[in-house]
Design a protein. Sequence first.
Length: 259
Amino acid sequence: MQTSLARALASTPTDTITHGSPRTRHVGGRELAVLAPMYLFLIAGWFRAGVEKVIDPTWWTGDNLIGFLDEQRDTMLPFFVPFADHVVGPLAPVVAWLVVWTQLSIAVCLATNRHVRPALWAGIVLNLSFTLAGRVNPSAFYLVMQVTLLFALSRPIATHIATRRAALWLVPAVALAPFARTLDPHHVIDDPALMLSFVSLLAAVTTIATAIQPTDLIDAVGSSRFGRAFTTRTGISTSDLHHHLAVETTAQRSTRRRI
């Protein structure tokens, strides 16, 4: 499966950028080793969730889904209640079928390395729906893993574009915060508003972090008071760091070509 993930990453537009581009992003073996367990976990998790419902007769009638909505009534986010009452409830058998089909399709797409990005987005929509309905665990953790993989599969973007996208991620982070019910450390992990707000904040930070180039970061730190003091004390300038980074990058590319 690590090979499958490698093909998925290698097929992204990032690899069509020339080596001379300052926006080239490479995914090496070490990064794949980190991403592969998440990829495998998502395949197993979505397959298990789908099969669990396939073998449950009450799921196909919609009774299980209606019971789930009734059970989550107290923890469901207020603005999701009308959707649950007037859309999901009356169409429970249809929604139940769609959920099973989507969960199994996600597992198949990830396992066969087909339509990986749409599968991850479909998973995000399902997990977002479950979380809005008040069932945070394990949906919040699935959200983090799927968003992480989407960032790994994304093409590099300019910093000003990343800033706008990060601002969009901050909108739900701020909008959901007033719906938080508790700040008790024992219960915050079960609060749907807090968890979704936190995941959105993580996505905003990651958007900026993946867009910033090492050279830009070196220049920003070097121009600060701390950077100037560091140069004075050590004699290491930003140009020295740029040179070291260029040498390391060249060495890594040479290693990849030999491999």
